[in-house]
Design a protein around this ligand. Structure first.
Ligand code: UDX
Length: 441
């Protein structure tokens, strides 16, 4: 079976390389020539553990190639996966469907052999049925083109594992032939007893946004309790551990901190609200605007704490450890950490930033921050150190690593990963989100 993957961003490049790893012949397509040139040389334009190795392996094996030609793809592949982006529209909560519409239309017009189109992008419910009609209206006569929806649940940092060994497979189909093709594509995972949920288009589309809305709500739930424990006292980590022992709740995604960011959770909860409002259900997902606001208020809290510890920020030197939206990623899209760093800078602070992977991407967005190449360089002469992304090397920090470097022993743990007692015993004024700051006004 020959597989094409339309769109070679995060999702598409991962899917293409993993399909080759599963033994298929794969052709990745993107309209961005520079991206295709880069991938064809075996270079990955973003950081993802394990993916560069797969890319090189299958360029070498000949199973993975890249192109910008819809004509080539349309004449070659049996299954076409669409993995283009659906970003948030500028000035609007809704998803921008320009790319997914354009990709579907181009495919439909260029397909010259019987094949199946499978949407993977995260889309507002109702999109699959609309795109199916677009395909029917625009496909070439005499060619049989099926349509299905197969949402993707990969996490950055675990993209290869999540694609090769997913925790579930969801397919939206309207006939048994399409399901049979997708069962063949995912035969390896199915042989390993991966749950396979075959459903209609609408449910398949909703599964994805429901999962992300749930995860975002879970994070904001614990972060709302942070606002309480910051006021009355208490320990947010112990609270999360204690409720997490209830298997109905579970401990994962209850880490209190500076909140969620990235290319999915923030835009997906906004797009879901926009979509249900279009459907006349304005109140149904209104709680998600609270989820969003709780999340954004965490950033205010870090700035408040910095002011509380330092007084006036102007002229103060602050070390920011981590600007990626989460560890093991170089992605700074909607990153809470980068937003906080930029706000501290706007308030007049001299901000040193160190992230093991995301400095370059962050510098494209906020070039005026002072990017350095190590924790030591960031912390030198700092009046305050703030940990905002929980990279393993930051979690392993001990007071002795910084004692002789800083100008003031002040620390804000924005991800609740350090043992505050150890730092307090070493003479540091340390606080974490979800904890009352003893020196607080
Ligand atoms: C998410 C979904 O997990 C994935 O299934 C979907 O396909 C895409 O969106 P990703 O964006 O890679 O994946 O990141 P994820 O690991 O979910 O983390 C999202 C954000 O939540 C990060 O900013 C992270 O720091 C934050 N987070 C996560 C918390 O603040 N607390 C937690 O307990 C967990």
């Amino acid at each position: 079976m020959r597989i094409s993957v339309i769109g070679t961003g995060y999702l598409g490049a991962t899917h293409a390389a993993c399909m080759a790893e599963l033994g298929f012949e794969v052709l990745g397509l993107d309209v961005d020539q520079a991206k295709i040139d880069c991938l064809s040389r075996g270079e990955l334009p973003f950081h993802e553990p394990g993916l560069p190795e797969l890319l090189l392996k299958h360029i070498a094996s000949g199973r993975l190639r890249f192109t910008t030609s819809y004509e080539e793809v349309g004449a070659w592949a049996d299954v076409h996966f669409i993995g283009v982006g659906t970003p948030q529209k500028a000035g609007d909560n809704a998803a921008d469907l320009t790319y997914v519409d354009a990709a579907t239309l181009s495919l439909a017009r260029h397909i010259t052999k019987d094949s199946l189109i499978v949407g993977k992008s995260t889309v507002p419910v109702g999109t699959a049925r609309r795109l199916q009609q677009l395909v029917i209206k625009n496909k070439n006569d005499g060619v049989d083109v099926g349509f299905a929806w197969n949402p993707e649940f990969l996490r950055e940092g675990f993209a290869v594992k999540d694609t090769l060994t997913p925790d579930r497979l969801v397919v939206g189909v309207d006939n048994p032939d399409a399901e049979a093709v997708l069962r063949e594509v995912y035969a390896t995972a199915l042989a390993a007893n991966t749950p396979f949920i075959s459903t209609d288009f609408e449910t398949a589309e909703l599964v994805k946004v429901a999962a992300n809305a749930f995860l975002a709500t879970k994070i904001s739930f614990i972060n709302a309790f942070s606002e309480v424990t910051e006021t009355v006292g208490g320990d947010i980590r112990t609270l999360a551990d204690a409720i997490g022992h209830d298997t109905r709740i579970g401990r994962r995604f209850l880490n209190a901190g500076v909140g969620f960011g990235g290319g999915c959770l923030p835009k997906d909860i906004r797009a879901l609200q926009a979509r249900v409002s279009e459907l006349g259900l304005e109140r149904t997902m209104r709680f998600l605007s609270e989820v969003d606001e709780i999340n954004l208020r965490r950033r205010d809290r870090v700035v408040f704490l910095a002011e509380d510890m330092l007084g006036e920020l102007a002229g103060k030197k602050i070390a920011v450890l981590g600007v990626a939206f989460k560890p093991d990623s170089d992605d700074v899209r909607d990153s809470p950490a980068l937003d906080v760093a930029a706000r501290l800078f706007s308030a007049g602070a001299d901000v040193n930033v160190f992230d093991p992977e995301a400095n370059t991407n962050a510098a494209k967005r906020f070039p005026r921050l002072n990017y350095v190449n190590s924790t030591v360089d960031a912390a030198r002469d700092a009046d305050l150190v703030i940990l905002l992304t929980e990279w393993a090397e930051f979690k392993a920090l001990a007071p002795t690593d910084l004692d002789d470097l800083v100008r003031g022993k002040r620390f804000i743990d924005g991800r609740n990963v350090l043992d505050m007692g150890v730092w307090q015993d070493a003479g540091w004024d340390i606080t974490a989100l979800g904890h009352r700051h003893v020196g607080q006004k």
